[in-house]
Design a protein. Structure first.
Length: 310
């Protein structure tokens, strides 16, 4: 089955990984396989991860001798490949195009469906969260993960309404939030955009998964191996920027409770380029979803893997 969407910053990711024939490359989120196909075409042996069991339908035509799909989170990559088991790691973050486009997955306010939002098939749904979280917790989720300035107003209104009628549908929740905020009033984005982003991140624990995935990539990459990370919103990009900056020796080490390097004078990564790369106009014209994407990349040094401080 061919991929039903366009992978973002594909050429830039392939260039950043500098794949040589025979390299072992991790595709951190398989999705519809756009990145994996490009890595295979470059001669790599690809191990792909996706917590979504439905992603397997897009892998049926891929060569078994060079490709493996693991139904797991990308933070588990080192459990599969072992320390120093990969020449390259690509992490494509956020929700996939297929998940957004399939109403029954409950990710999009543009397509009415069950209020689910789970990338996998386990754990609480967005409906569980919306209908049971304390108003203060719900407001915090909307503010922190969605950067929604009116989070308290939305959370309070949701808490009052759910007593009489729990939320079960994406369209229902989107219309309710729009009503709470007083309609669109000419806004380019739907009023529920930030709230839906926040709920999706909370349901899937996406930021903690990203932090764990970066640590796993550090462990799994060989010296000289390359890491490429594509983010789609500022919360993700800040985490990646801070991690690579610290690991490249450009920022001070953080909390003593977080993983620390055995010798802080030895950076475990070198930045492949300064700053972040973004999509060009041709890609933006072909794929509007690329407008917020950023690519950051780094090369693994020979420094020891960072360890958790005692």
């Amino acid at each position: 089955m061919s991929a039903p969407h366009l992978p973002v910053l594909l050429n830039e990711v392939v260039e950043a990984l500098a794949i040589a024939p025979g390299d072992v490359v991790v595709d951190g989120t398989f999705g519809a396989g756009g990145y994996a196909r490009a890595f295979l075409a470059a001669g790599a042996k690809v191990t792909a991860f996706d917590r979504d069991p439905t992603a397997a339908r897009f892998a049926a035509d891929l060569p078994a001798e060079a490709f493996t799909l693991v139904c797991a989170r990308f933070s588990e990559m080192d459990d599969i490949l072992g320390e120093g088991g990969a020449d390259g790691v690509a992490l494509d973050l956020g929700v996939s195009s297929m998940q957004l486009d399939e109403a029954e997955r409950g990710f999009s306010f543009m397509r009415d469906g069950p209020l689910d939002m789970r990338m996998g098939d386990q754990g609480e749904t967005a409906a569980d969260l919306v209908n049971t979280a304390e108003p203060e917790d719900l407001a915090r989720i909307l503010f922190v993960y969605g950067e929604e300035k009116k989070s308290r107003r939305i959370a309070g209104a949701i808490a009052r309404r759910r007593v009489q009628q729990p939320f079960t549908r994406t369209g229902e929740l989107a219309d309710f939030i729009e009503g709470v905020l007083g309609g669109r009033r000419g806004a380019k984005a739907h009023p529920a955009t930030r709230s839906f982003q926040a709920l999706r991140i909370a349901v899937n624990d996406e930021l903690a998964e990203l932090e764990a995935g970066l640590l796993a990539a550090e462990r799994v990459l060989k010296p000289g191996g390359r890491l490429a990370v594509v983010t789609f919103h500022s919360l993700e990009d800040r985490i990646v920027k801070a991690f690579l900056g610290e690991r490249a020796g450009r920022t001070p080490a953080g909390s003593r409770h977080l993983p620390q390097q055995q010798d802080p004078r030895q950076p475990s990564f070198e930045l492949a380029f300064n700053g972040a790369r973004t999509s060009g106009q041709l890609e933006l014209d072909a794929n509007p979803r690329a407008r917020s994407a950023k690519l950051r990349a780094a090369v693994r040094t020979e420094a020891p893997v960072w360890k958790v401080a005692a």
